[in-house]
Every structure is written in structure tokens, then in C-alpha cells.
Design a protein around this ligand. Sequence first.
Ligand SMILES: *Cc1c(COP(=O)(O)O)cnc(C)c1O
Length: 465
Amino acid sequence: MPNDLALFPSSETIETEEHRLTEKLHLARSRAASRKVTPPDPSEAWRRELAAFDFTTTGSLDRVTDWALDALEDGIVQMTHPGYLGLFNPAPSFPAEQADRIANAFNPQVCVWSHAPKAVEIEQHVIGQIARRAGLDAGAGGHFTSGGAEANAASLLCALTVKEPDFAERGALAFQGAPTLYASRESHLAWLKIAHCAGIGRAAVRLIDTDGSGRMSAAALETAIQTDLDRGCVPTLVVATAGTTNAGMIDPLTECRALANRHGMWLHVDAAWGGGLIASPDLAAPLRGIETADSITIDAHKWFATTMGAGMFLTPRADVLANVFRVSASYMPESTPAMDFYVNSAQWSRRFVGLRLFLSLATAGWDGHARHVANSIALIDRLCAGAEAAGWRRANASPMAVACLVPPEGHEAVDRHVERVLSSGRFWISRAIFEGRPVLRACVTNGRTSAEDIDALIALLCQPF
Ligand SMILES: *Cc1c(COP(=O)(O)O)cnc(C)c1O
């Protein structure tokens, strides 16, 4: 029986379809800035079209592709729109897009060195360079992940395993008391899911008060650890966020390190977005202390602007990773933890995501990435200056490219402003809570956002109602 030609077309057909898609994508890109940033809800008519795909009848790749492209043109928040001032999701860098195309064509299996030695070594090289740039010693290791949440989860498993070696076999029961972890209440709340998945329960997460400026209070952290010790709990992990999701604030890294040392705890620095600052030696100064972490999360798909999903887990304690994720399977080639990602990380089969960061670093360099972060910070500073001139106030003293703004009329007016900006269709900004009060949040994530875009937003913010 011949193979299905829709699945495995001739090379001539592939060539035609690829050229066609390239042209279609080119057109779609050219429309990026003229679309509405925020999509309408899917219509009933569209849902009927979707339901009609029952997969008993089929259409041409050309037609179905058009249908899917249409869905993306008006059915998503547009990350590639210069007015998307959103949640760290980047407009992807072009080298990262190219890398995806290359990975698609070869589909290498990167879980084991022997199946893709050069692809694995490219990923290891990038991880090593990023780790060095973050200040970790040569020899620090790690791996690419699906995103920050997966990388953060790895840190908890490392912390639990180091604290109680018997955790590997007996799980939470191995502990003399309930294991606990500490993150600020401004941290990324995936920590609750992560504790649930690790089997220590959501109640193990202590959300520590902030200091009034959005940073974890070191005093409150110390008190919480001491209270738990008195109760017989087993403090295992301190999470310092370096670049909070709402406000780009950095927890006190040195104090967190000292407390973790004092109580034999693992220190994880969650720099999922803020880690992008390492590209620029000038701008990275606020991250000082990150180099003392036991592990670090940095997302390539945030400030490094690769396509999603591409996170990174970095650690000077690669031996711990190899212990946490060890396994042996008779059908797998003999494994070497230092070389084989399937025995030192959570995923098994995996995509060659590291090529995205490799291509973008190799073509733009640290300098290019430094310009990208500097430019986004400059644009946010411009937004703040313009808004402040009209009576707005910046609530977050962040060195990063995110602003939490309070309208001249006060916090209660935030919703009104956010709705007006969203309904313009020109910008996507959001309402966030900073130190318990609503703020208008804007973050530059798109390398094509310009000063003119920012000025147009300022004008919109300053219009009388
Ligand atoms: C985005 C983010 C995460 C989660 O990362 P994903 O890539 O979305 O899984 C965790 N922590 C911080 C500080 C983040 O900004």
C-alpha cells in the first residue's frame, strides 16, 4: 500500500507548499501592526466551521492552512503587534524562527547524546555560556525546559533530594516533619502547582510578605523559617524572584543566600524574565548575588525573545540533577548523566529548542541582546516620564522594562483606563495588583515597539474621559 500523500508528499509538492507558506507568512507579518492587538471572542459561525472538521472528509493543505492562518490573524492576542505591552511573551526574534524551521525539517531527538551528538553539544554549549554569563563557575550545567515552570519544578526536586536523600525512594514520608518552601507573595504562583506535583502539597508553600516595594522582606522570610522550625517543619527551599511577573522587582538575593546557608536550604533564583539582563554587563548589576544560587531559571522565550516554549534550568550542582532524574531503561542506549538529557531532566523525548538561542546569540551576540534589553528599558522609562508629566505615578522602582502606573485619579481609576486602552485595539496592557492595589501594567517585549508607539500610548493615557 502506498504511503498517504497528504502526510508524505513528493519533494516537488513540499517545495511548492513551503514557498506558498513563506509568502502567506510574509503577508501576515506585513499586517501585524494594522491588526487589533486584542481578539474578539470566537464567533458562533467560526465554532461551526471548527466543529465541521470531523476528519472523515479532508481538505487541501493549502486551504486548511489558510483557515488556520485566518484563525491566528484575528483569534489571538497579537504578540507581534508593536502595541503588545504584555506578559513577557515576546515577538520572536527572527533567528529563533529560523531555528524552528530547521528543527522541524530534521526533527532530531535530543534526549540522548548518541542520537544527536552535535545537536546535544550545541545545547550544552549554549547552557554553559548562559551559566557563565550568569556568573556560575565553569562546569555548571543544566538543560533546556518547556518553560520557567518546568525549570522551577526541577529546583524543588533538587532541594528536597538534597535535604533528605531518602526523598528519592520514600517521597514526602521520608521527612521527619512537613517540608516547606518560601517564595514571596509576588512570586510566580506556579509554585503552588509545583508543590502539589512534587507530593509535598500546596500548603507547603509559604508566601512571604513583601517590603512595601514589591521585594520579599528578608525579615519576614527569617521569621517564617524560624516559625516553621519551631513547629517541626523542614524548610528546604528559598525562592528568590529576580524580576517579578507583575512588577520586575528583585528579591534581596544576598539576604536570601545567607538565610538559606544558615538553615541548610537550597537557593533558587527565578529569573525567568529578568535573567535577560545578563546580556548587558551594565544593566545586570541589580542581579548581583544570582551567581551564588544553587539553581537559576531563565526563559529563552521571554527577554531572550525566542519562540515558545524554551526555558532553561542552570545549576552548579549538576550531580544533584543527575541524582533526581536518574533512570535506566533497557531499550535506551547506555546513558551518561553528563551527556544525556533524559537522565538529568524531566522530559524524555524533546525538541531541539536550544538551536533558537544558539542562532540568535551567534548572529546578534551578547551585544545585540544587550541592545534589546536596553531598548525595552528605555521605552518603559519614556512611558513613565510621559505619564508622570501628566500626573501619573510609577509605583514600582524596577530596573527592568515593566511599569506599574497609577492614574492621576488614583488606583480606583485603573480599570477605566485599562478598558479604554484595550478597546482602542492599538495596545495591549493589563491590570495588575502591586502591593495590594490595582495598577496599570505595561511591559515592552517586542523588539519592534518604537518611541512613536509609546508616545501614542502616553497620549491615550492622558486623554480626558
Ligand atoms: C513567566 C514566569 C514563570 C513561568 O514561566 P513559563 O515559561 O511561563 O513556564 C515563572 N517565574 C517567573 C518570574 C516568570 O516571569
